[in-house]
Design a protein around this ligand. Sequence first.
Ligand SMILES: [Zn+2]
Length: 297
Amino acid sequence: MSVNAISKSSERPSRETGSLVKSVSVISTGTGEGHWEHIHGSRKPALWWIFFGKRWVKLPLNVFVIEHSNGLVLFDAGQDRAVMTNPDYWPEGITGTIMRNLFRFDIGPDETLSMQLEKLGYSTADVSTAVFSHLHLDHTGSIGEILHADLIVSNEAWEHMLGLHPEREAVFRRDIELPGAKWQQIDFEPADDPSLAPFEYAYDLMGDGSMVLLPTPGHGVGSISMLVRRDSSPPLLLIGDLTYRTEFLERFQFPGTGDKKKLRASFEKVLALKKRMPDLVILASHDPGAAEALSRF
Ligand SMILES: [Zn+2]
């Protein structure tokens, strides 16, 4: 699949972005549960806590909804309800057994992406673009509800999905490569905006500086974050699953999965950005505090 840049204005407007981002909301496509060791990190091997862990932690499946003057943008799309209703949802064999022991979901009929958007006064037809922090099933499951939209992913995450057995890492090609899905893979470009330091590479989603994608690998290959800059409210950094709790960043508390070296480097960059933007609000996809934090700002 070719690499396409999504439509951008050819000339960058002024840095004044206030009128561009009109609102930011968060919805959750039901509830997930993960092992305590998965969320908080553990010295025990993952296979141990996957099969013997007894403490489960409830998590939201956050989808961030950004109303931009060019259209409605989602950051991640959440889990679909098929995990509750389709007995053949999980792969067969050991992979399915591990997945069933890794995640538990509770998604009611009124908690689908479509229903949650309706509660905000939007419809799925309003969604023009969805950006994916990464391609894990609980972020991509609802793609079938927004097939008309541009679906944006990092080239690295896409290439990883095309590799051997992505389902062993919770990346389900069958739910991603849907017929008609308008996937666009982006490559980061050298950042010409010094305020993004220490990030040296970025991707300006709309070409106006209001939504800037930043590489934050570690949770998965090619995982990304999105900086949302608003006029009269603090900037937001949507970090996907870089951590499951924003407060874990400062104490370098890593989750139970992922590439620790890359996680550390991404934590350091995010914290350095926060130092330069003290009012930056960092929001994670499974942080139970994200909705409350967003409502405060
Ligand atoms: Zn994930």
